[in-house]
Write a protein of this length. Sequence first.
Length: 408
Amino acid sequence: MFRPAGPVGLLWHSASISPVVHPGDSCIGSLPFMEERKSRLATTVETLARLVSGRLIGDGDVAIDSARPVNEAGPRDITFVEDERYLKQLRTSPAAAAIVGPHFKLPQSESKLAVIEVDNPRSAFVTIRSHLQGGEAERWVGVHAMAAIDPTAKIGRNVAIHAFVAIGANVEIGDDCTLMPGSVVGNRCKMGAGCTLHPNVVLYEDVILGDRVEIHSGTIVGGDGFGYERVDGKHVKIPQTGGVEIGDDVEIGSNCAIDRGTFGATRIGSGTKIDNLVMIGHNNQIGEHNILCGQVGMAGSCKTGDHVVLAGQVGIKDHVDVGDRVIVGAQAGVHKNIPADQHVLGSPAIPIRQQRHIFAMIARLPEMHRQMRELEAQVALLTAALQAEHSAGETAADPALETVDDLR
């Protein structure tokens, strides 16, 4: 049974006491998520080049206020381009400076633009953007008085448990975890170190998270699998008594559903990244370092290897095995096993080269239909001509007509 946080170790404070405030925390407002961000910084291109260890080309004294994408950058902004494909956008951008890769060739017309050359423009842009925004606000640490925590729960060090979090019996929360408002952690769940549950995440009972797992808002892990058997004309529920096990460094997007196993565990391998609105049925075994894009749906008891990519809206039927390093293209329907190192597309999913050939044929269907109609018309004309010629030949060979001619 849940109750407000009580005296379970040094971190806990009774519900009648104000939320924990540590030295250095802001006392303006009692809730940690209401802290104000630091003000934005202004700097020069030369300073930013030193920040990312880049090579400066052009005027280093150009003032920079913020970092924005090339299609949004203004006169006092720095942007980035990864290759020549974005050169057209850079030409029309009013940006004051750009971050480019080592092999980027800037045309003579753009030579007045201040440039920072680095090995990884995207990474450097992220670093500069974070610097200009003043960095992230200092993380609040403590347990909010309005969190409901079972007295049997074991809580690690340096945690941040916000208001309206509910933690059930015999739960284990690792060090450095963050549980945002409205999160629910069911009985017997275990969370490794450095995990983050964003607002309104629900872990049903017997869910195990590895280290550094991040789950975004609205996702439910460990709900009952969709299992029924037909008895006397009715659908009778099969009890779903398994759990869910999620490996280290997994990130799960918003509004996903990962069902518990029927008897064993549904498993998500370490390093796997799952986009928003993904459905993973009971007993699935997802390999390591997979990518599951938005609206992927997997029926029960499927298995994927390592480094598998399932593009948007892929559907996989139950009891299908997908091999290592397989790439399944968007909106594909997988109905049978796929060997390792295949790239498939379409519904039903087949090797991509074969599917592309089919797509090319489909694109030609209107023209092929027109040609067929023309051929039908030509065949009809030829058939009519042959019939007329045949009829004329029969008339010329008719004996009755010869007899009439003789009478004349």
